[in-house]
Design a protein around this ligand. Structure first.
Ligand code: PEP
Ligand code: MG
Length: 606
């Protein structure tokens, strides 16, 4: 039985007496991890400047302007050389892009045109660079040949480097931070987050993005404290100022006093110690008190697995977000590169299942080099499996790489954004066609490979019983499912009150799905962020979900919760939740349940 009213305990012990809420010293946001970071701010602002064309008068010394222009070029060249050296050391295949940029920088035709504009047309060098580069950018962009079009992006990049050097603004790189810092940005794109310098990053604070944005997902999977949706912050903080990221109270403290810094550092250390103890739960089995095993899988965003020794304590990969291979570089990943990445993960997990989600771009995950048309409603547009079916060559390359990798472990394929059986069938047929081609070339692959779908659209959820015979398994993407059920963009903080993870519709659909899959004897897992929400987990289990896939960071705590409940408790809770009318009622009910299990677990020692 769940106690109906238990006092709601608020831990006030660590609240500062002189709480500054109400003035600008504290900014509220949404926190990704309940951790604290105290450190120097690095305000990440991509460079921009006024590009209007200006001419000089007789008071200017033209030779001095030309000398400054040459210095600027030299500086830009020095940066590119250093970058090339770094890429070489990292062993990546990105050197070619540095070379291409050097070639542009040294191009004699453009050089002549720039010098002529400076001397003949009395243009300031920065304006001359803008004029010449923009001209070629326009010409290249208009070309029908895609390779030539791509050069326009390189030109833009080189121009931006030149202008930054001209203005004497140092380069800010998130991949190579000089010292530990908390990165503050208006927004980080997945490629920014993926290239973060993990040795120095202490935390991330952004003005945009919510808890299911990809910045949040990556921060969580890399175990980086982050607060998102902190509006107006970049205007309030300067580089090098100490900031406090309080992931517990979901706020950022600006210009803290010495006393506050000491207090938060102590609090940070206390939390880290508690987390360390909690991490011991990773090694335990995820079984309820009455013996029901729950499969705990992890979500991966890259083939790099931090802490490989942890693999033996988890039941596989429930979601491998393959799109990050496409987002972390500036061209399509080759079949070979993908094959190596998928093979690495499949081999690392051996007989344990690795669910490879096929390319899921579109929505908030844009790949600029694909130059896809701008859409009015990208979340309702050509994304996920739709995009793969309209760019079949890209899809076939990925499938070929995945099937080749399937010979090395227990790889499964999962299609995102499915809304109907037709899309599933088309995608599945492509898999078998590619398989046949591999057979003809005597390339090994797992012919029994399981093929499933993500259930993340209401349409797919509502016809799950009609699809069940043809699919091998499914995983529910609650991030998108919630956004489509609530008609609230998961990236738009203006509608965050409408994006309700605890909306009764979400739990009702999950309950229906669990029943359909249980009846059919097929696996249903949940791989959206809801799976890693400790409060919600008992309901999901009570509804009949037996597999959860989440960020590895959240696994110990989830296992601890699972070990402190019984199936009877979980079912009673699920029944109660299904009767509720609003997200707020559900949240209160989950909080009461939470207190109930907290109290029980303090009475029993493990
Ligand atoms: C989801 O939508 O819940 C999901 C897991 O996919 P993504 O967050 O990558 O869109
Ligand atoms: Mg999704």
């Amino acid at each position: 039985m769940i106690p109906s009213i238990l006092p709601f305990l608020i831990n006030k012990k660590h609240r500062l007496q002189n709480d500054k809420a109400g003035n600008d010293m504290i900014k509220k946001g949404k926190s990704v991890l309940s951790r604290i970071a105290v450190g120097d701010a690095l305000v990440y602002v991509p460079f921009s400047c006024d590009k209007s064309l200006r001419t000089y008068d007789d008071t200017e010394d033209v030779e001095a302007l030309i000398a400054r222009y040459k210095e600027t070029k030299q500086k830009a060249r020095g940066e590119l050389e250093a970058l090339g050296e770094q890429m070489k050391q990292k062993g990546g295949d990105q050197e070619a892009f540095v070379q291409a940029h050097e070639e542009i920088l040294l191009d004699p035709v453009m050089e002549e045109e720039i010098l002529s504009l400076i001397r003949r047309d009395r243009m300031y060098p920065d304006s001359a660079m803008v004029q010449v580069y923009e001209n070629y950018i326009q010409i290249f962009s208009a070309n029908k040949n895609e390779v030539i079009q791509e050069r326009a992006a390189d030109l833009r990049d080189v121009l931006s480097r030149l202008l930054r050097c001209w203005h004497g603004v140092p380069e800010k790189k998130l991949s190579d931070l000089e010292k530990p810092c908390i990165v503050i940005a208006e927004e980080l794109f997945p490629s920014d987050t993926l290239s973060l310098d993990l040795d120095h990053i202490m935390g991330i604070i952004t003005e945009k993005g919510g808890l299911t944005s990809h910045t949040a997902i990556i921060a969580r999977s890399l175990d980086i404290p982050a607060i998102l949706g902190c509006e107006g912050l970049t205007d309030l903080v300067r580089d090098g100022e100490t900031v406090i990221l309080d992931g517990v109270k979901e706020e950022v403290v600006l210009r803290p006093s010495e006393e506050e810094i000491r207090h938060y550092e102590k609090e940070r250390d206390r939390i880290e110690q508690a987390l360390e103890i909690n991490r011991k739960y990773l090694e335990k089995e995820a079984v309820t008190k009455d013996g029901q095993k729950i499969e705990i899988r992890v979500n991966l965003a890259s083939p790099e697995i931090r802490g490989k020794e942890r693999i033996r304590f988890i039941d596989g990969v429930g979601l491998f977000r393959s799109e990050f291979l496409y987002l972390s570089q500036d061209q399509l990943p080759s079949e070979e590169m993908q094959y190596q990445a998928y093979k690495t993960v499949a081999q690392a997990f051996q007989e344990k299942a690795v669910v490879l989600r096929t390319l899921d771009i579109g929505g908030d995950k844009q790949v600029s080099y694909m130059e896809l048309p701008t859409e009015e409603n990208p979340f309702l547009g050509n994304r996920g499996i739709r995009l793969c079916l309209t760019h079949e060559d890209i899809f076939r390359t990925q499938i070929r790489a995945a099937l080749r990798a399937s010979a090395w472990g227990n790889l499964k394929l999962m299609f995102p954004m499915i809304t109907s059986l037709n899309e599933f069938r088309r995608a599945r047929d492509i898999v078998y066609e590619v398989g046949k081609e591999l057979d003809q070339k005597h390339v090994e692959w797992n012919k029994d490979i399981q093929i499933g779908i993500m259930i993340e659209t209401p349409a797919a959820a509502l016809i799950a019983d009609r699809m069940i015979d043809e699919i091998d398994f499914a995983s529910v993407g609650t991030n998108d499912l919630t956004q489509y059920l609530c008609a609230a963009d998961r990236m738009n903080s203006d509608v965050k009150e409408y994006y309700q993870d605890y909306h009764p519709a979400v739990f009702r659909i999950l309950g229906m799905l669990a029943e359909v899959f249980q009846k059919a004897g097929k696996t249903l897992s949940i791989c959206g962020e809801l799976a890693g929400e400790y409060k919600a987990a008992p309901v999901l289990i009570g509804l009949g979900v037996k597999a959860l896939s989440l960020s590895i960071t959240n696994v110990p705590e989830l296992k601890r919760r699972i070990r402190s409940i019984t199936m009877a408790d979980a079912k009673a809770l699920a029944d109660e939740v299904l009767r509720m009318k609003t997200a707020q009622e559900i949240e209160q009910c989950l909080e009461r349940f939470e207190e109930h299990i907290q109290m029980e677990s303090t009475n029993e020692s493990e």
